[in-house]
Structure formats: structure tokens, C-alpha cells
Design a binder for this molecule. Sequence first.
Ligand SMILES: Cc1ncc(COP(=O)(O)O)c(C=O)c1O
Length: 360
Amino acid sequence: MDTISFARGVPAPECLPVEELADCARAAVLADGAAALSYGQTSGYVPLREWVAERHGTSAGRVMLTNGGLEGFAFFAQALCKPGSRVLTELPTYDRPLKLMQGLGVDVEQLPMDDEGLDPDALADALARGPKPAFLYTIPTFQNPSGRTLSAKRRHRIVELARAHDVLVLEDDPYGEVRFEGEAPPTMFSLDEAVVYTSSFSKTVAPGLRVGYFIMPPSILGKVEGVANGTYISPGMLAQATVYEFLRRGNFEPNLERVRSLLGGRRDAMLDALDREFQGRATWSRPEGGYFVWLEVPGVALGNDLLKDAADAGVVFVPGADFGGPASSARLAYSFVSPDEIREGVARLAALTLAAAPAV
Ligand SMILES: Cc1ncc(COP(=O)(O)O)c(C=O)c1O
């Protein structure tokens, strides 16, 4: 029996524009080989920085490109934190930044969220006590792992709170463009240019390119660039020049439409299957985009023991506890698997989980 993976938060192979990128890589070398094949500026390939700046209505001097957003996060945290620094984030949140910060000796405080995203009252309480945080790390749109989106009203309130307490906000937004329906709330960065904004081309073009970006006030950019320069001199220029060529040809929007439609169908398949198989005995988020659904099954520990049984039954997921979430929670990614696999995988998972649930 093939294992169906709801654990892999990666795009299905059909999402990747393989032929077009092959052509763009070749064209990038032929058109601008001297830049694409040498060391470049630590902040990245200039034409791509300019494209990002224009898209976000800012100046290229505020944009830094990195080998994926996660690497940028590592540099950012190294530049801003020291052992014992306090960082606020959501509960649950993306596990890799959590681990990176643990490695730096950072004191991470996870604040509650609900279906409307991070709870601003909990943030206000946290800001009223304890040492001033180095930053607030938030993933406001189609959050990893919960799939939830911070409401527009809360975005305003959180930006105001951060401003009042002079606390830096890091808005991590790799999924915002992967919207299937509904109206996008404003980015927090668009509400206040003091917010540091990060995204990447991993979900909109291809993760293997490893091209991400940060938009930062110049004083912070200088510090982050210092860490990057000491680590790798410059990021991979060829990948950045390839992405730029892809964008220059006008491929970004059509490709995004294709990705949205592919993944939207998978999101629908997952929500339908959850409705059908769990019969009201669990709750889950209903994202309008992104990769993830957050499942909670009251009274059932969706931890490593159940994961082992699930793997034997041919389905895997990530326990919510890996993201700081409760034992009864799990992250289900619908991005990698086909709609048929999603239906079968949810049926396997529900059979196992409901057998372990307390009688109703
Ligand atoms: C919330 C979030 N931020 C950042 C990243 C890192 O993306 P990349 O390094 O591929 O740009 C991911 C990847 O899954 C993510 O989910």
C-alpha cells in the first residue's frame, strides 16, 4: 500500500513550470551570464530586487534576496537576537523558525490564536509585561500550520500595538498569493512600512529555485546583510536571474492562476472528505488559500504513537505538538497529494482516529 502524505508542505510536481524554467535558466545565462555566473551583491540580483520593490510599492534599497525565505529568517534572527532574547509568535507556528530560535537560545513565547488569527488582547498582555521582545513573528495569511488568516481588523490593531510599544513585526507571507477565493486583507507591511515583510517564490514559482526575499527598514537590512555576507558572500545569482527572466516574460500571473486552480481543487477535496468522514466529531480550519488544514479531534492524542499506527495504515501527517499546538491537533497538507489520494487518505485517518475517540 502506498503511503499518502499529508505531511509534505510542498507543491505537487504538476505545479512546477518545468519546461519554462529550463528555458528561462538558459536565457538568463545567455543574456546576463557575467552577472548570473559570478558572485553578486549580498542583497541579491539587482533586477529582481527592483521587481520585488515595485510589486510591493517600496524601494529596491529595502529589498534583500536570500536562498529561500527560511534562510533569510535564520539571518534575521541571528542579526536581531542573542541568547535570552524574547520573541513573540503564534501558537501554533511554523516549526522550523521555532527550532532555529531554540538553537540561538531565544526565549520564544507563543501567544494564542483563533479562527481570526493571533489574539490581539493576548499580544497586548504580553507587551505589557516582561522584557521588550526582539520582534513579533507572525504568519498572518493561510498560516503554517493552521491555514488560518488574520482578519483585517486585527491586522490594524496589531500594527497599532506594535507601534505603540515600539516592537518590530516580522510578517512572513509565502502563501498570501496562493488564494483560491475571497478578498485578501491588507498586508501588515502595507499598513506600516516599519513592518518587516518576507515572502518567497517557493509557492508561486518553484521551491527548488530557493529564492526568497525580505523587505526591511535600511538600519535592519544592514545588520541582516552583515550576517549574510559573513556566511555566503552572495546568494545564488543564477536562480535569481532565472526567476527574473520568468517574471520578465510575464509568466508570474498565468502560472499563479494555474497553481491556484490546481491547489484549490485539492483544498475542496480535503474539506469535502473531512465533512464526510469525521461526521461532526472533529473540527478543522477552512482556508481560502495556502497549503494547510488544521485538524483537532477532541479526546484523541494525534501524537507520535497515533502517527506510527497511521503510517502502518498508509497515511501520514504532522502532529500539532511539533508546532507548539495541543496534543489533539494535527497539520494536514493538501498541496502534494492528488484529490483521489486526499479522499482515500482522509478516510484512512478518520477510521483510525475515530476508533481512538471517546464514545459519544
Ligand atoms: C511560513 C513559512 N515561512 C517560510 C517558509 C520557507 O520557504 P522558503 O525557504 O522555501 O522560501 C515556509 C516554507 O514552507 C513557510 O511555510
